[in-house]
Ligand binder design. Structure first.
Ligand code: CP3
Length: 324
């Protein structure tokens, strides 16, 4: 989860010379940044360096990243014509740089370490395209859902098709699993999620499962409707710290993997406290297979790099102790 971004010194030095988009587009740089946390922190999997906004460009939406603000869209989707104008595209051509990065990472990375590809889920991507950037209340997005359900359906259908194609191209290029990021799904009521979002994420996750591609379904703030997220699909579901891991797993079902759920703020605590907060999560997982230890959301920019290492080492110590 943006593990390389912001907190790691090597990444920040690179960002003094290149923009985020330049790094994504230069295969060697994107490969290097993907590998940095694996080398430095010793994590078990690498997450592709890219961004959920990349498919917006071939869809016909122009955007940029502004310092600290995240994505800024120049021509947001506001009316029927904007949805009509969205182009269908072939990720193998229009996002070939992402696929080249995957191929290069796969060549450089030990075969024992998985590479995770990713894309934004239709709701989260649509929210950026409609709002024009980050949002507190998602008013325009929710207005479209409720007042123009016909437009919403058309938009979501287009994004759904593009996202499935993009993720299957990533798997074909060598990603061993893909993660669907519905980062802002927690802004919705369970009813809205069920009616306006679930069918689209479900379609992507079902088709990926049919193709034999392992999936992680990520969201935050969705503790109140984890049953619906389970229904939408994913081999593993990611939860944040607003629900205990124990309760989340019980709600989701033990036949699914679970990812999470350390509060990123914990990483600002002194080492001893951080260690105990980390162990608390491991304790709740009870050594059950299918636990992917992770933060509940992205690494905060203020995070000291050696604290990331403490978390990784604490998880590894626990694992070694419980397997011996
Ligand atoms: O771990 C990694 O570094 C992998 C690469 C990665 C990035 N974005 C690069 C990036 C991943 C996995 C993402 C996913 C992403 N992007 C999500 C879903 C996951 C989540 O965290 O919820 C979302 C919602 C986005 C959209 C986005 N991109 C936002 C909101 C921001 C601003 C974040 C901030 O507070 O600065 C970005 C910018 C971005 N994408 C950075 C990185 C490393 C930030 C640092 C930079 O500008 O270099």
């Amino acid at each position: 989860m943006r593990q390389a971004g912001r907190s790691m010194q090597e990444y920040r030095s690179l960002r003094e010379k290149y923009t985020l988009l330049e790094i994504c587009k230069k295969t060697e740089l994107a490969c290097e940044v993907t590998l940095q946390p694996v080398r430095k922190l010793g994590v078990d999997a690498a997450i592709l360096f890219a961004d959920i906004l990349l498919p917006a460009a071939p869809l016909g939406i122009s955007f940029d990243f502004s310092q600290g603000e995240g994505p800024v869209i120049r021509n947001p989707i506001r009316e029927a014509g904007d949805v009509e104008r969205l182009r269908s595209f072939d990720p193998r051509e229009d996002l070939s740089f992402v696929l080249s990065t995957i191929r290069l990472v796969r060549k450089e990375l030990s075969s024992s370490i998985a590479l995770i590809g990713f894309a934004g889920a239709p709701f989260t991507l649509a929210s950026y395209l409609i709002e024009g950037g980050r949002s507190d209340y998602y008013l325009r997005t929710k207005s479209m859902m409720h007042q123009r359900p016909d437009l919403w359906e058309k938009l979501m259908d287009k994004i759904t098709t593009a996202t499935f194609d993009y993720l299957s191209a990533q798997a074909e290029a060598g990603a061993q699993a893909v993660q669907l990021f519905d980062s802002w799904a927690g802004a919705l009521s369970p009813e809205d999620y069920q009616k306006f979002v679930l069918p689209y994420s479900q379609k992507i996750l079902e088709r990926l499962a049919q193709a034999g591609i392992p999936t992680i379904h990520f969201s935050t703030g969705t503790g109140g409707f984890l049953d619906l997220l389970r229904k939408a699909g994913g081999d593993a579901l990611s939860v944040d710290w607003r629900i205990s891991l124990k309760e989340a797993w019980k709600k989701i079902g033990y036949d699914k993997g679970i990812q999470g759920n350390l509060d990123p703020a914990s990483l600002l605590s002194p080492p001893e406290i951080l260690k105990s907060l980390t162990q608390n999560i491991l304790h709740q997982a009870e050594g059950r297979p299918g636990h992917i230890f992770n933060l509940g959301h992205g690494v905060l920019p203020q995070t000291p790099e050696d604290h990331l290492k403490i978390v990784v080492e604490t998880v590894k110590e626990w694992k070694n102790a419980s397997s011996s």
